[in-house]
Design a protein around this ligand. Structure first.
Ligand code: ZN
Ligand code: ZN
Ligand code: ZN
Length: 235
């Protein structure tokens, strides 16, 4: 019996008592009733810890276990219990509401990608630097340097026999302009002082047409990205 049920039973039992010596029962019952949130909190914390560390079987694990000829009837009953419990959790209205919320498509105010809470994470939102071709300056006869329009990061291009088609030598060290979580919150992007705020070059306000943002998501695989093809606008 849970503490909460025990407390409720005491409350039902009290009116039946006539002995004044039992006056302390209401006090005890109220104390136990008030302890319900604490009990829930303890259980929640305990389950949270267990869930983060428990080895939960995957669908494939279960399917191969069921197909294994050595699986006993008792084993099958255990799997049945697991599936019934999983179905019961999936049917909980609050669980379904949360799942719905986590799978609802959202629009990132920073990179303009579509995301869901389930696909979001600390490395989901990636914004590459953008460079201006006109910022090129020669380094000797063999290299030239480009300055990023977004944050002044510099990339060096090797010249191949005087031609401009050589490789960029320091792309890995320069990395990307921003990496973090997607967000719908314009204020969060505005306040991001670590390079993730609106700058008019690679992090731009949404451009909404017919109720939808039409900004392209800058493709980090195309690093380095030059202005060609990027529509710039002032803040
Ligand atoms: Zn940058
Ligand atoms: Zn994003
Ligand atoms: Zn947008």
């Amino acid at each position: 019996m849970s503490l909460y049920k025990a407390a409720s039973s005491f409350l039902l039992w009290i009116p039946q008592q006539t002995n004044p010596a039992q006056k302390f029962w209401p006090i005890l019952a109220v104390t136990l009733t008030m302890s319900k949130p604490t009990t829930t909190k303890i259980l929640r914390n305990s389950l949270y810890k267990t869930t983060t560390t428990a080895s939960l079987p995957t669908r494939d694990d279960l399917l191969s276990f069921l197909l294994d000829p050595s699986t006993s009837q008792l084993d099958l009953h255990t799997v049945h219990t697991l599936l019934s419990a999983a179905a019961a959790v999936s049917a909980l209205p609050k669980y379904q509401a949360l799942q719905h919320e986590h799978n609802t498509p959202k629009h990132c105010a920073r990179c303009h990608a579509t995301f869901t809470d389930n696909t979001n994470g600390s490395t989901a939102c990636v914004v590459p630097h953008v460079f201006d071709d006109a910022s090129a300056s020669a380094i000797g006869a063999d290299h030239r340097r480009f300055e990023a329009a977004c944050c002044r990061a510099e990339i060096i291009q090797e010249m191949t026999h005087g031609r401009r088609s050589g490789p960029f030598t320091n792309m890995l060290e320069v990395g990307v302009h921003f990496e973090g979580s997607h967000t719908e919150d314009v204020q969060e992007v505005s306040r991001d002082m670590e390079g993730g705020s609106f700058n008019g070059s690679n992090i731009r306000w949404c451009k909404v047409e017919d109720g939808e943002c039409v900004r392209d998501v800058l493709d980090v695989d195309e690093n380095p990205i030059f202005y060609d093809g990027i529509e710039l606008y002032s803040l």
